[in-house]
Write a protein that binds this ligand. Structure first.
Ligand code: AGP
Length: 362
């Protein structure tokens, strides 16, 4: 049928979409570049970013996880304070808003009802909104003041992969362009850095056999799994845990390494898989300290580190990229490990039970 043709030689859309990530990166760079090769976005969006005294990112699921990374970009590069909220919670737990808020909605589909509920609300309050979406003309795009597109191509698998990395890339561009407009000098060239990311993504997509092996080793029989990280790695761990639960039905939890002692370490038993991300130089020693703590309680550690920070005990070393952009590549091992875990358990990879691609009811 038609879907088989679209899948080409791939057994699942998810695998195809994971593999498309280097291409999507290059497409995004190209779409957001001007004739001089500089990154650019609509001036009215830059103005809205500069008029705001605080940015509120609203999203659900994987898009929320991309928003957590986006907050780091916008605060570190453009120096504008950002809050990130789960859309379904925002209605009840609305924070005290700043005087000049700008709302950013992140949504692959542009149809998520919980996010739309917030958008309708804040528009009624007279606030400005920007939607970052993969679907031109989607509800969230039409109802917001501005739109930035992801250019990721249709994402069919319920588990979001290429939309997540596209969202993070577009957020990095938004942060960079805003920073430049504010006269902030960055010590790197984002076009170049994203190009390095695209190449690194290719290396990871070519290492599927290794990830299948890692998945077999750590996840084949387990009932649960933990993802730990510090700083930006923590956010990627949250996304890794979500991927794993939604398609393999393994109970998974992502948390900040420093939180172990505050509760979760009680769950570690003999053989419990703990997937640790170590891509951040500033916290490398602390996360490795956490690994030692869980190993002492019998955990089976799977360390994914970045080149330059690696040790002999690591299961996989990702290529080196700019320290802020590591989520774009450290997530790929987690996507692939989840994919193979689901495959080995004979789960319906593209259409996991109980889930819909876009959640259009509140
Ligand atoms: C991701 O793998 C999920 N299936 C889900 O969390 C998704 O990211 C969420 O429903 C938000 O969707 P959206 O990006 O289309 O708004």
């Amino acid at each position: 049928d038609a879907s088989d043709i679209e899948k080409g030689t791939y057994p699942h859309y998810m695998l195809k979409e994971i593999d498309e990530q280097p291409l999507v990166m290059r497409k995004i760079i190209q779409k957001y570049q001007n004739d001089r090769g500089d990154l650019t976005i609509d001036q009215e969006i830059v103005d809205a970013m500069n008029d705001a005294d605080r940015i509120y990112i609203i999203a659900a699921g994987t898009s929320y996880h991309a928003g957590l990374v986006g907050k780091q970009f916008i605060e570190k590069m453009a120096k504008v304070p950002v809050e990130v909220h789960i859309s379904s919670e925002f209605g009840y737990n609305m924070p005290l808003l700043s005087e000049k808020p700008l709302f950013i909605f992140i949504s692959q589909s542009g149809e998520t009802a919980d996010s739309r509920g917030v958008l309708v609300n804040v528009k009624e309050m007279g606030h400005k909104a920007l939607t970052i979406t993969n679907v031109q003309g989607s509800t969230l795009s039409r109802e917001a003041d501005y739109t930035l597109l992801l250019y990721a191509g249709p994402e069919i698998a319920v588990a979001s992969t290429k939309a997540y990395t596209a969202q993070i890339a577009v957020l990095s561009i938004l942060a960079e362009v805003t920073a430049k407009s504010r006269g902030i000098d960055l010590d790197f060239n984002l076009v170049q850095e994203l190009g390095i990311v695209a190449n690194a993504m290719e290396v990871l997509c070519d290492a599927k056999e290794e990830f299948e092996e890692i998945s077999r080793k750590f996840l084949s029989t387990t009932r649960n799994a933990f993802f730990i990280g510090r700083g930006i790695d923590f956010y990627v761990g949250l996304e890794g845990a979500l991927k794993l639960k939604e398609i393999s039905y393994i109970q998974a939890e992502g948390f900040a390494g420093g939180e172990l002692k505050h509760g979760t370490i009680a769950l570690i038993e003999n053989g419990t898989p703990v997937i640790a991300l170590a891509t951040q130089e500033s916290v490398n020693l602390s996360i490795r300290g956490n690994v030692k703590e869980v190993v002492a309680r019998g955990a089976n550690p799977c360390i994914i580190s970045m080149k330059g920070l690696e040790t002999e005990e690591d299961s996989f070393i990702i290529p080196e990229v700019n320290g802020l952009l590591t989520p774009l590549i450290s997530v790929i091992p987690l996507q692939l490990i989840s994919y193979y875990a689901a495959l080995h358990r004979e789960c319906d990879v593209d259409k996991p039970r109980n889930l819909a691609k876009s959640v259009t009811v509140e």
